[in-house]
Design a protein around this ligand. Structure first.
Ligand code: ZN
Length: 355
């Protein structure tokens, strides 16, 4: 992910954000709350039991397994401009192969979509977290891939719930990109595993894209979806899940920020606040409105899909190792990421079963 420069926040736009972690309290009675059309579904004990059963199957060990494979051993990075000694494929292609093989193991068909990108250049004069710099036209172009997998819906297959994570690491610096975003890549794989045999009502689509090369390949994905006329009813972007300040990590806090751009996204953010309470997931959450579309969820907002949400451990992003060589898997919070995965599942399953 790429946070906006701080001066944007200092211009007063920050005030549009609001911390409402207690807002879920009392919402069960609030008919006017935008999420009530979904939370009333939880009056059905069978649906609640079904969701709880899915949440129980989330495994931290699976997330950790993917994470260390993708951000440490064997893959030190996931970028088009780095190939391991003795290998034929660059490390991002190797990551693509790993993700595809896992998905196929669980019975998914994996589709690849091409998009041409360049690596960022590096400007060492800028602050460490923001040293990415636009490439020159003569810099090499690479073929990057969006990876797709999906569960086709049985009742309303034309309605699509999309889950997104960028899978590449920083192209301008030798960072393992563990929090940014091997953790979201791995969390999304775990959601796919859990839902592999789920007979969903709607279509649940997974997308692993690239956001640390330029242009972002989620832009291609979103534009093509719009051109096809895809009816995407919700977009969840998992980027930096569980990543937060060193203080919060040391204190054992389990955090998630629900970042939205438009009112349609806010309604889903508020559903997520309520789901955290209803299913006793235990995250410390707040919601935040972006001043403008951003990250891979923003690509979909800009393409005309307003119901988009970013799930992230802190916002503004507080990981002290952001975009540095120190963003290693040992410094992620896998239990926190697993809770965010559970929360995402609870919201997705609720949306899926809504009339
Ligand atoms: Zn990033």
């Amino acid at each position: 992910m790429k946070t906006r420069r701080w001066f944007v926040l200092l211009c007063g736009l920050w005030t549009v954000g609001s911390a409402v972690s207690l807002a879920a309290e009392g919402h069960s009675a609030g008919v006017s709350a935008p999420e009530a059309r979904w939370t009333t579904l939880w009056n059905d004990p069978r649906l609640v039991e079904e969701i709880q059963a899915f949440l129980k199957t989330v495994r931290q060990e699976e997330i950790r397994r993917h994470l260390f494979y993708l951000a440490k051993d064997p893959l030190p990075f996931r970028k088009l401009n780095y190939t391991r000694p003795g290998q034929q494929k660059n490390t991002l292609y190797e990551a693509d192969d790993y993700i595809a093989a896992e998905l196929q193991k669980w019975g998914y068909q994996v589709d690849r979509e091409e998009a041409m990108v360049q690596a960022y250049r590096r400007d060492p004069k800028k602050p460490k977290a923001h040293q990415y710099f636009p490439p020159a036209p003569e810099d090499p172009w690479y073929k990057a891939y969006n990876l797709y997998a999906e569960r086709k819906g049985r009742r309303q297959p034309e309605e699509i719930i999309l889950l997104v994570a960028h899978k590449d690491s920083q192209s301008w610096v030798d960072s393992p990109g563990a929090n940014d975003n091997a953790i979201g890549t791995s969390g999304l794989l775990e959601i796919a595993r859990v839902l592999a045999q789920h007979p969903s009502d709607r279509t649940i689509r997974f997308l692993w894209c690239n956001e640390e090369h330029t242009p972002w390949t989620s832009v291609t994905a979103a534009r093509k979806a719009k051109q096809r006329g895809d009816k995407i009813i919700a977009v969840f972007n998992l980027d930096g899940i569980g990543a937060k300040s060193a203080e919060d990590t040391a204190a054992g806090k389990k955090k998630n920020v629900l970042v939205f751009t438009l009112p349609e996204g806010e309604a889903i953010a508020r559903l997520a606040l309520a789901a955290n309470e209803r299913f006793r997931i235990g995250l410390e959450q707040k919601i935040f409105q972006r001043p403008r579309p951003g990250d891979d969820d923003g690509s979909f907002v800009q393409a005309g899909y307003p119901a988009a949400l970013l799930m992230i451990g802190s916002y503004p992003y507080a990981d002290p190792n952001y975009h540095t060589e120190g963003d290693i898997p040992e410094r992620t919070d896998v239990p926190n990421a697993a809770m965010t995965v559970q929360l995402t599942l609870a919201v997705v399953l609720t949306l899926d079963r809504s009339p």
